[in-house]
Design a protein. Sequence first.
Length: 268
Amino acid sequence: MRPVRPRPYACIGTLLAVGLLAGCSSSDGSAEPTRSESSSDRPAPGNESPKASSPAFATPSECDGLQLKGGTTLAGSALSKCLVAALKAYGSGTEAVQSGDESGTSRFLFGDEPALAGSMTGPEGEKAYVFKGEDEWIKTPGLGKWVKGDKNSSDPQEQIVAATGKLYRALADPEMTAQMIASAPEWTVEQERPVLSLENGEDVTAWRIVNMKPYTFMGAAVREHILWFGDDFTPYGGQAESRTAGVMSTTTQHFYDLGKPVTIEAPE
């Protein structure tokens, strides 16, 4: 991944990614794990077998009709609904984000009471954030304390937090990834099936799904957006390259520990 500084809403790797349950689609049996052009992929290890998805997960009905087979075209709207349903089925997880010289990790709750908590580290140090519903709190080295964002406040710190919160939502909120996927009308499933090394030590074989044409999302021109999906539509990650105000930016996301309990409380 080329190191470039991210701009607000410039790009969001998805997620995230997804895979399909046997019976909901047919996979291309001839497609073996291969090395991807993406910097987040690597070849299959010599004697290791990628770990399977959690057996407790059942592919939601929203993924019915989506076929994971090399050369298949998928509608962005249907793929987005499938992703949302898959994340709701898991309910929680952890996400690693790399965007230019910023990187971080988030824990998230996905469902009726969505929440996100984590931090991003870059040239200005570590910025911690907590999002619960529409409320946003951020703590930076400059602030030295938790500040709740309010775009209508007369306090400039609260205004800055409100603006920064929107940026970090774009980088790390799985819901934003789903909106990006829906913005691209068509996606294609590639024959290539890379092995991804996730931050929890798991190696997973993924389907590689790419947007067929460039698209625009929140003012950013997204050139290439790669999604990685497991056979059962488990989200694994994604990588997006886009241009905002003439600046290219690349963002990569990995999702792991899906379904593990997560607790997110508002800062004191």
